[in-house]
Write a protein that binds this ligand. Structure first.
Ligand code: GN1
Ligand code: MG
Length: 366
């Protein structure tokens, strides 16, 4: 019996495990779908990457806090008829723990899957884009009243672009190893925008933008869509929920949803940013976000849209230089290829700046 199987059984003391399939294309954890010989639907089992999240217990505490909070908020203030929004529930072992630490130190947790729903591979049309935006806006609205001090900062510096640059500079410092044409291209991109990378952090320091509870990783694949109604019904992957700027989330969601070719296209040069999908996502988001958005919040949305793909490019490129120690890779050079895609996307966002600002003005209204 495999180690994964043994762990799965700990989270299912009543029903026997009949099948386990690795699922998802997460770049950090290992994820499995576990089927049982009972009426119960399959559940999700994950081995956390403790190199990325050394404080895995704090990650779990954040998840307990946020999922419980969202459920309570939805109970006291239900969604309009025909709408559902659900958070996964953590499963417990017979000892009543929501995780299991193996003898080798591996950290496991399990949770329910959301019935009748599937992760979004890619945003196909504007209706889906609006749904995704709605779900992110709703999530932000529902967790907005959690005091940030109650959330652990499980990834200090996450989405603070200047920190990633400083780290990269450290890696490059004194290194005169020859660069491939792709690496040189990345370095050109990095230098091109170096000047404007502190824009969100500066606004935070000046008190123009304030820290709020955020999701941290709202890429398309983390939204679950109801298979029958095609409506968004959940936002999963809550490991990065922590204090941050909502702009990080909006920028991250848009960089993922508006790049129709995804993070691994055959040709990085052909990546583009779809402004009509962008309009749809922002429209959905602001339907909810309007209630808490300030003037400064609107003013920094575009900055985040250009910054977050650039930042992810810097993160992939740094990991490439470090020997692929953070993101899982499927082939040598994968992180370098991923970096070029994100830099190209940042370039496309920049080239569409006027259109994006016009969309923001229209959606903001008078
Ligand atoms: C990682 O593991 P996954 O795919 O949910 C990363 C995100 C990146 C994303 C890019 C904790 O998320 O920040 O945007 O890859 N998560 C972490 O696909 O670093
Ligand atoms: Mg994630």
């Amino acid at each position: 019996m495999s180690a994964v199987w043994q762990v799965a059984e700990r989270f299912s003391p009543r029903a026997a495990v009949v099948a386990i399939h690795e699922v998802g294309r997460g770049n950090v954890h290992d994820t499995y779908r576990v089927s049982l010989d009972s009426e119960d639907p399959p559940f999700i089992l994950q081995r956390l990457n403790t190199r990325v999240f050394p404080n895995a217990r704090e990650v779990m505490e954040n998840i307990v806090l946020v999922t419980g909070h969202v459920r309570r908020r939805l109970q006291t203030c239900p969604l309009p008829q025909g709408r559902r929004f659900e958070m996964p529930r953590l499963l417990v072992t017979p000892d009543g723990l929501d995780h299991w630490v193996g003898e080798d130190g591996s950290f496991w947790r399990a949770m329910t899957s959301i019935e009748g729903a599937r992760p979004l591979d890619a945003v196909e049309d504007e209706t889906q884009g609006e749904e995704v935006g709605w779900a992110l806006g709703l999530f932000h609205r529902l967790i907005a009243d959690i005091p940030v001090e109650r959330l652990h900062d499980t990834l200090p510096g996450f989405h603070e672009t200047p920190r990633y640059l400083a780290r990269l500079d450290n890696l490059l410092d004194g290194s005169d190893s020859p660069r491939s044409p792709e690496e040189s291209r990345c370095l050109q991109y990095i230098e091109r925008w170096r000047g404007g990378t502190a824009v969100l952090e500066d606004a935070k320091k000046k008190g123009r933008l304030s820290r709020r509870p955020i999701h941290g990783d709202p890429k398309a694949a983390n939204f679950l869509m109801d298979s029958a109604t095609r409506r968004a019904v959940s936002l999963i992957d809550l490991d990065t929920v922590k204090p941050g700027l909502v702009q990080y989330d909006i920028g991250d969601c848009l960089r993922s949803c508006c790049n129709r070719q995804g993070e691994d296209p055959p040709l990085w040069e052909s990546v583009d940013f779809d402004t009509e999908l962008c309009r749809a996502v922002l429209k959905g988001y602001l339907g909810e976000g309007r209630t808490f958005f300030t003037a400064a919040d609107y003013e920094h949305v575009y900055d985040a849209m250009r910054l977050i793909p650039y930042e992810l490019g810097v993160r992939f490129f740094s990991d490439h230089l470090e020997g692929d120690v953070y993101f899982k890779v499927r082939y040598p050079g994968h992180n370098l290829a991923r970096a070029l895609v994100q830099f190209r996307l940042a370039e496309r966002v920049e080239s569409r700046r006027r259109r994006i600002l016009m969309i923001l003005r229209e959606l903001r209204g008078p």
